[in-house]
Design a protein around this ligand. Structure first.
Ligand SMILES: [Zn+2]
Length: 169
């Protein structure tokens, strides 16, 4: 049943930015710390150097990425750290014409899962795509990371700005 009496209308970012609606700002003084764990910490640290690092399982010989301290298939501790490429293949993608605040946008946000070269099959991360015509995005397309300049990197997956088509695709 549709509520006709209390029909609402979602707020637009513009209405907030331009003071069309009353807003208040509140800064919570929350303090917290979160440990990324051994494998994830090293992974994030290496991003600052512009490198992707994985971990090898000596039992199944898979190269696990993002790296983890235990192989989830063999239930054993993983072995050596292995640097892998910053190129990969699009496994799946999405083209969004909605902004984060659910407004229509002209230039779509392109996101997807990329399996990274040098890691075992289907070991991927999710990221943005750019420098590509959205109509040309394809599963199986080869892509390469576009990194932020070293001085702007913070040890985050966003140290990679996005992935762009690479090679013949
Ligand atoms: Zn294993």
């Amino acid at each position: 049943m549709k509520d006709r009496k209390w029909r609402g209308e979602p707020l637009k970012q513009k209405q907030i930015d331009e003071g069309e609606v009353t807003t208040t700002k509140w800064h919570p003084d929350a303090k917290y710390s979160w440990a990324a764990g051994k494998a994830m910490s090293r992974f994030l640290e290496e991003l600052k150097n512009g490198k992707l690092i994985a971990k090898k399982c000596d039992n199944c010989e898979r190269i696990l990425f993002p790296p983890r301290m235990f192989c989830e298939e063999c239930f054993v501790e993983t072995g050596d750290w292995v640097y892998i490429e910053d190129t990969g293949t699009i496994e799946t993608f999405s083209i969004s014409y909605l902004s984060l605040t659910a407004e229509r946008i002209k230039d779509p946000i392109l996101v997807g899962v990329i399996s990274i070269d040098g890691a075992s099959e289907k070991m991927g991360i999710m990221h943005y795509f750019d420098e590509v015509d959205p109509k040309k995005l394809r599963i199986g397309m080869k892509v390469k990371a576009v990194w932020k300049p070293p001085e702007e990197r913070t040890g985050s997956v966003l140290d990679i700005k996005y992935f762009k088509p690479f090679g013949e695709g």
